[in-house]
Design a protein around this ligand. Structure first.
Ligand code: SF4
Ligand code: SF4
Length: 606
């Protein structure tokens, strides 16, 4: 099959996916997380369109996605797992062991970083975990290079029998570029797992041996030429030099041209930040005595260069340690480094708009009910679009996936001897519940934690682009899978109070949460499933309930209660705040706000 005739405009994640299928990946798994989510969906699209025989799946969390893909590699197939950088924390347990045991078929861990951060809890640099695990990491500067690096990663992985990390960042994942598609090979590999318990089930004594082997591998990888740094402008020379990796390298190339430095300032692009190539380290410091390092987010390259007096970067605070290295920052750093005038004006920050839940989002109603049911409660929450419940003062804590439940337990235990124990209400989305909430619920049942868990079940993983959950019963390509029944699961954990309600039915739903709060005070954990499909999904599918035409009548005195406590974007202050009105362009007609105004001023327009 020849696909190579025409270039195609590809998003970075599509380019990575294309690289996977062109390089014979047989198993691709993921848990969705921005900015990585489109990698797996694009692999699945190619699989469908091109009739490729491979396994693609959304796993229940990153650890499980990792372990499935890794086993494929143990059986000799080329495999890949993708996730966002905080997801790698979840998968860090198998990551560390897989690095020791190595792989057979090429195994790529794609961890998409989010410097900025645009949609993440932290700006963490996945390359740090590659350093900790002692596996090589490749750092692409563009969609095209990301695709090319998939092939490099498989070669590296199979040459050295080691997992390889590919670390794109948000700007690489989501930018678009003309990329040359290549041929799709017909994979002839057959799974062939060779039993070797000393390696695959190594006890601590043998793990020591595996660690020795891993160190030797790393030393070899640091000497191989395929991923050695590139001197991008060999005509330049002098005592100064700039070293960059990832998207900062793309910005550096542009800035050097803009500043007229391309002919003068040697520019090395590091493709493999870890392990940094041994010869490069020696030659860089032998040939230059003033070096600027530009990389996102941590100074990984910099840390490996021995002479920090001659290196400028994050460690000596020349380069900012926080946020993205945007083109204007890179140009300014290069200008300062070389004593040039900058050409890009510093732009004032764009005025921001507070993020809020969509008009008609069922979570808004759930939060409103929770506040009514437990007005002075402690509200623990989790990772998902419902984190925005903090605008409604219904979210007090957000730590990491699944922590809503374990933190609820923590607050319960912390207040166990207090004179007045607060109600504790945890909120978690359906996908997050399956991901990491379930073990925490088992623990809470086991210790009879008196709290209410509200599972915000909108039948999808909404925040990352509506991927299915185990309860949806569909796979990455929409194929039918076995549905996992949430209620059975919760009952199986030993939860005695379990009710399911529709938060759009606000009055009844509020009564249900009140009942759960009362139960939790005297008994133990109570679970309420707030079930209503995501409004975005419904509108995409052309489904939805009959819209209610809502209006605000003259009883409105502009008190602002609905704006502050319900915050539907379709409710707007008008007449200089003297009253509230409904914006018909935004209103979805969910009708939930009919229950919100204490004066009854929000009414159905019949
Ligand atoms: S609609 Fe009701 S709650 Fe909203 S501002 Fe008017 S009176 Fe206050
Ligand atoms: S009906 Fe009310 S709550 Fe629903 S979208 Fe319209 S204004 Fe918002």
């Amino acid at each position: 099959m020849n696909q190579a005739e025409n270039k195609a405009l590809m998003m970075g994640n599509e380019a990575i996916a294309r690289g996977l299928v062109e390089n014979g990946c047989s198993v691709a798994t993921a848990y969705p997380g921005t900015p990585s989510s489109e990698i797996l969906s694009s692999v699945a699209m190619y699989r469908r369109q091109l009739g490729i025989d491979m396994h693609t799946q959304w796993a229940v969390n990153e650890k499980i996605a990792f372990e499935i893909a890794y086993a494929g590699s143990q059986a000799g197939l080329r495999t890949a797992v993708s996730m966002k950088q905080v997801g790698l924390n979840v998968a860090s347990d198998p990551l560390m062991s897989a690095a020791y045991m190595g792989c057979v078929g090429g195994f790529i861990i794609i961890s998409a970083d989010d410097p900025g951060p645009h949609s993440s809890q932290t700006e963490q640099d996945s390359r740090m975990l590659a350093v900790m695990a002692k596996i090589p990491v490749l750092d692409p500067d563009s969609p095209g290079q990301a695709k090319a690096m998939v092939g490099m990663a498989y070669d590296l992985s199979e040459t050295f029998k080691t997992p390889v990390m590919l670390r794109p960042t948000t700007r690489v994942c989501h930018s678009r570029q003309d990329v040359q598609p290549g041929d799709i090979p017909v994979s002839t590999r057959q799974p062939d797992f060779k039993k070797d318990p000393l390696r695959w089930a190594a006890t601590p004594k043998f793990r020591y041996q595996l660690h020795l082997e891993l160190e030797a591998k790393l030393a070899d990888i640091a000497r191989q030429t395929a991923t050695a740094p590139l001197l991008r402008n060999p005509q330049a020379g002098g005592r100064q030099a700039v070293v960059a990796s990832g998207v900062a390298a793309a910005y550096t190339a542009e800035a050097l041209n803009d500043l007229g430095l391309w002919e003068r300032l040697p520019f090395y692009q590091v493709l493999q930040p870890f392990p940094l190539h041994t010869d490069f380290m020696k030659q860089l410091l032998a040939n230059h005595d003033d070096v600027l390092i530009l990389e996102e987010s941590t100074g990984i390259i910099e840390m490996q260069l021995a002479d920090h007096r001659r290196v400028k970067g994050k460690l000596n605070h020349v380069v900012p340690r926080v946020g993205e290295l945007l083109p204007e920052k890179v140009e300014r750093l290069l200008a300062d480094f070389t004593g040039q005038a900058v050409t890009i004006p510093e732009l004032p920050p764009a005025p921001g708009r507070r993020p809020t839940l969509c008009a008609g989002c069922p979570h808004r109603a759930s939060f409103f009910a929770i506040k009514k049911a437990a007005p002075r409660g402690i509200y623990t929450s989790d990772i998902g679009c419902y984190t925005l419940g903090l605008n409604l003062e219904a979210v007090d804590t957000v730590l990491c996936m699944g922590a809503a439940i374990s933190q609820a337990a923590g607050f319960y235990h912390a207040y166990r001897n207090a004179e007045k124990r607060p109600d504790v209400v945890a909120t978690i989305g359906d996908s997050t519940f399956f991901h990491a909430g379930l073990p925490a619920l088992i623990d809470a049942v086991n210790h009879n934690v008196r709290f209410v868990l509200v599972i915000l079940d909108n039948r999808t993983t909404a925040m990352t682009g509506s991927q299915p959950t185990p309860a949806t019963g569909t796979g990455v390509s929409g194929e039918a899978l076995v549905k996992v029944d949430m209620e059975t699961l919760i009952k199986g954990c030993g939860v005695e109070f379990l009710e399911v309600g529709d938060p759009y039915d606000l009055a009844n739903f509020t009564a249900m949460v009140k009942k759960a709060v009362a139960f939790s005070r005297s008994h133990g954990p109570a679970v309420v499933i707030a079930r209503h499909p995501c409004i975005i999904d419904l509108s995409r599918q052309g489904k939805g309930t009959d819209p209610v035409r809502v209006t605000v009548n003259d009883d409105c005195d502009g008190c602002g209660y609905c704006l502050q406590h319900f915050e539907c974007p379709a409710l707007v202050a008008v007449d200089d705040g003297a009253r509230t009105a409904v914006d018909p362009l935004i209103c979805t007609g969910c009708g939930v706000c009919l229950n919100v105004c204490p004066k009854g001023a929000i009414v159905a327009d019949r």
